[in-house]
Ligand binder design. Structure first.
Ligand SMILES: Cc1cc2nc3c(=O)[nH]c(=O)nc-3n(C[C@H](O)[C@H](O)[C@H](O)COP(=O)(O)O)c2cc1C
Ligand code: SF4
Ligand code: SF4
Length: 261
């Protein structure tokens, strides 16, 4: 049995997890957001599929890897979906897993549409389609490697003393991540539909008079911003009103909403 633990805000990582799972025998998909804070004993082969945030792993994924016991796993792999560059993510996963009693056997990074709307606009339809098509081919190759239990280091330092830069960036992100929702604002376009609260993987959004209020437990997945059907959520100081919204075409709002169990 292979267990694939996944985390996703706009569906790229879930789509990859599903594509890999679809080609393996005896596999189950487990959303990381559905697991409580208790330690997890991981058995059998296992993988983690998630996005890269600020050149490292999302905080929720780091914390999951910090509380697992993987010492009895024969094979472990990590797949990160990235907008451009996977930075420190593979090394971070390797280090955390080592502490959990297991060497990371294979690490993969797959390029997909970049959902970081605070920094850039979403790709146009043609570019998006090309990225999705290439990612599907990549998923098929990754699945073959996983089925064959291939070993693959998948490191990417990129820059001199990269580990130092990435470790620093990771610390800064970890420190600020949960409170970064203070920059989110909701405009009068809000129809009080409640979708933002439903998609939040960590129940960080309360609806007050039907409009979102954030509670500073944010993972920065940006699901609330991208899944709002009328693009009513903006980031203060960033031109997000002029930018497009994105989610993977094969993933629904319900798929994301159901990840928290
Ligand atoms: C807060 C945040 C930070 C990000 N940082 C990076 C990054 O450092 N490098 C990168 O290549 N992509 C970065 N991205 C883009 C995502 O990793 C990428 O779009 C990913 O496929 C999204 O996965 P999801 O759809 O499963 O949520 C970032 C996205 C977010 C929301
Ligand atoms: S998803 Fe958008 S429209 Fe719906 S309640 Fe949230 S902010 Fe308002
Ligand atoms: S508040 Fe928005 S960005 Fe933060 S974790 Fe919830 S859905 Fe993701």
């Amino acid at each position: 049995m292979t267990t694939i633990y996944w985390f996703s805000g706009t569906g790229n990582s879930l789509a990859m997890a599903r594509e890999i799972a679809g080609t393996l025998d005896d596999v189950r998909l487990v959303p990381i957001a559905s697991l409580g804070p208790a330690p997890v004993a991981v058995g059998g082969d296992f993988g983690v599929v998630c996005p890269v945030y600020f050149e490292g792993l999302p905080l929720i994924v780091r914390e999951f890897l910090e509380r697992i016991d993987a010492s009895r796993c024969p094979y472990a792999f990590l797949v990160v979906t990235v907008g451009g560059f996977s930075g420190w993510a593979a090394e971070e996963g390797r280090n955390l897993l080592r502490r959990a009693g297991k060497e990371l056997d294979a690490a993969f990074a797959v390029k997909m549409p970049d959902n970081y709307i605070a920094g850039l606009d979403m790709p146009k339809a043609a570019a998006r389609d090309r990225l999705h098509a290439r990612a599907s081919l990549h998923a098929a190759r990754m699945a073959r490697d996983v089925a064959a239990r291939t070993r693959r280091r998948g490191t990417s330092w990129g820059i001199p003393f990269g580990w130092l830069a990435y470790a620093t960036l990771g610390r800064v992100f970890a420190h600020s991540c949960r409170g970064r929702d203070t920059r989110f604002v909701v405009t009068d376009a809000c129809t009080r539909c409640g979708a933002c609260a439903r998609v939040c993987p960590v129940r960080n959004i309360e609806l007050v008079d039907g409009r979102p209020r954030w509670h500073h437990r944010c993972e920065q997945c940006l699901a609330c911003i991208h899944w709002c059907p009328v693009a009513a959520i903006q980031i203060r100081g960033r031109p997000t009103a002029k930018r497009g919204r994105y989610h993977h075409p094969d993933v629904s709002l319900e798929d994301i909403a159901s990840q928290r169990g």
